[in-house]
Write a protein that binds this ligand. Structure first.
Ligand code: NAD
Length: 524
């Protein structure tokens, strides 16, 4: 086997590859040189410095695997690789321990004012009483996001004698119990934690997850930590909350703009900062090289690579037949992730009517792809979507029935936990007309696309008009509207397709309308 390493990686990873074949390390190839040389390799390992676009990949006649030593794959044309049957793999787990240790470092540093005391003493001041700290022992750590990093942080915090309360609606109680952690609701974590740390991806849903409303509800002596991504904590609201004494302080490794020069947070004694150092350790660099080398070798030996990001193309006849259902399935998964309530224990996928003869697997992976893409910021695709469910302890159940009710074909997807079940169903009319035809048991009929507004409310005169009024006043054009209700003056839902993005301010206004119980902005 022949390997090309075109960006610098740690020697340990190179040695792994050398055990199995011939390795060439060439870290300054021009695009032309890369195009000339790439045909002779079975695998290439890159970081962010090598661009593998369609033009380069069109020359890669023997290439079977691309390994990205790191997370982001912006420099790789995954669609072009997929078309050529080249598997693309990355290594998102390699920095988990480094980032969680950095979080614990910031936790202790903020509890004991270590950076401030360090600067003060180096300025030849001996300010013992100024830097009176606090213990973390028996304090509550609130963890947002119990994925790879969040769960490692939680485990370490428990060993320090802290109580851990976590909020993550996309993992099961069972997985949280395995970690010995109580899953809770967002409000409780915000209100009861002494330290709050965020380990969620940056998505539409998590942008400004911690903002003024959350700071208002926090304990006055709470500290917020962000070692995840800039933008999850609203920096302007954070600066105000500290100035107004609503919280004690913050520890930040990531910023809305990096470097955050000019930010007033850098001027505040209550805020300690590091320049995006979470993954900056020697060990993380070695882990990334070894992880990518092992996965590339697995893929070349035909074994499943745990972080594969794509799937080799299906035959064109097979793909043409199933393609509309894959698209519908992905949109239903995405819709469900955005409207569901509570935690996710099980995802059930039912294929009905003429779908009874189709393979379930590609439809199932498309549902999971849509579901997880709405809630994580790394690429989820047909190859890796089931792994996302597995890692979260979410059970995926598939079934088929010939009975599609009034439809020729139907895909029903439901998410359940021990308290609630949320379901959506969709069908395809003709060849390509994707429709959502059921939500939470209410019958509707709407195209699944663009921007949507979903409400759970009580059927009462004026509610629909008032929602329309708020949208109108804010210049939001409504494309279509569907309502469903249990009975007259009973529980009801409304789904509007709209032409624009809804910001949090408009959603807040709608939430204030009498008899509106819940409002969600959905983007498909
Ligand atoms: P992960 O995908 O393993 O875990 C993220 C978790 O967040 C998942 O369990 C998901 O269910 C949960 N989640 C998603 N939306 C949520 C919401 N609205 N509320 C609560 N939970 C939600 O990711 P990870 O590898 O643990 O990474 C976590 C974060 O750390 C990411 O933002 C990543 O970019 C960041 N990161 C930072 C550094 C650094 O240098 N500071 C390095 C690596 C990763």
């Amino acid at each position: 086997m022949k390997f090309l390493i075109s960006d610098k990686i740690e020697e340990k990873g190179i040695l792994k590859l050398k055990e199995k074949g011939q390795v060439e390390v060439e870290t300054s190839l021009s695009k032309e040189e890369l195009k000339n040389r790439i045909p002779k390799y079975d695998a290439i390992i890159v970081r962010s410095g090598t661009t593998l676009d369609e033009e380069v990949l069109s020359c890669a006649d023997n290439l079977k695997v691309i390994g990205r030593a790191g997370v982001g794959v912006d420099n790789i044309d995954i669609d072009a690789a997929t078309k050529k049957g080249i598997i693309v793999i990355n290594a998102p787990e390699a920095s988990t321990i480094s980032v969680s240790e950095h979080t614990l470092g910031l936790l202790m540093a903020s509890a004991r004012n270590i950076p401030q005391a360090n600067s003060s003493l180096k300025d030849e001041k001996w300010e013992k009483s100024k830097f009176l700290g606090e213990e973390v022992y028996e304090k509550t750590l609130g963890v947002f996001g119990l994925g790879r990093i969040g769960s490692e942080v939680a485990k370490r915090a428990r060993k320090l004698g802290m109580d851990v309360l976590a909020f993550d609606p996309y993992i099961s109680e069972e997985r949280a119990n395995e970690l010995g952690i109580d899953l809770s609701i967002k409000e409780k974590v915000i209100e009861e934690a002494d330290f709050i740390t965020t380990h969620v991806p940056l998505t539409e849903e998590t942008r400004h997850l911690i903002s003024s409303e959350e700071f208002d509800r926090m304990k006055d002596d709470a500290t917020i930590l962000n070692v995840a991504r800039g933008g999850i904590v609203d920096e302007e609201a954070l600066a105000d909350a500290i100035k107004e004494g609503k919280i004690k302080g913050a520890a930040l490794d990531v910023f809305e703009e990096e470097p955050p020069f000019g930010s007033e947070l850098l001027e505040m004694d209550e805020v300690i900062v590091t320049p995006h150092l979470g993954a900056s350790t020697e060990e993380a660099q070695v882990n990334v090289a070894v992880s990518i080398a092992n996965q590339v070798l697995d893929a070349l030996e035909g074994k499943p690579a745990k972080n594969a990001l794509n799937i080799p193309a299906m035959s064109s006849t097979e793909l043409n037949r199933i393609k509309p259902y894959l698209s519908l399935a992905e949109k239903l998964g995405s819709f469900l992730a955005q409207v569901m309530e509570g935690s996710t224990e099980e995802i059930t996928i039912i294929l009905a009517g003429e779908l009874i003869d189709e393979k379930t697997d590609p439809i199932k992976t498309s549902v999971l792809k849509g579901f997880f893409n709405a809630i994580v910021d790394e690429p989820v695709n047909m190859v890796n979507s089931e792994i996302f469910a597995d890692k979260r302890g979410i059970k995926v159940i598939e079934s088929k029935t010939s009975n599609a009710g009034d439809f020729n074909n139907l895909i029903k997807v439901q998410v359940s936990n021990d308290k609630t079940t949320t379901s959506v169903s969709g069908t395809i009319f003709g060849r390509y007309d994707e429709r959502i035809v059921e939500i939470e048991g209410y019958r509707i009929n709407t195209k699944l696309e663009g921007h949507m507004l979903y409400t759970r409310h009580i059927d009462k005169p004026g509610v629909i008009g008032n929602v329309g009024g708020v949208l109108g006043q804010n210049g939001i054009n409504v494309g279509s509207m569907q309502v469903g209700r249990e009975k007259t003056r009973g529980k009801a839902i409304m789904l509007l397709t709209i032409d624009d993005i809804l910001d949090e301010e408009i959603l807040k206004e709608i939430r204030k309308i009498d008899k509106i119980n819940d409002v969600k902005y959905i983007k498909i």
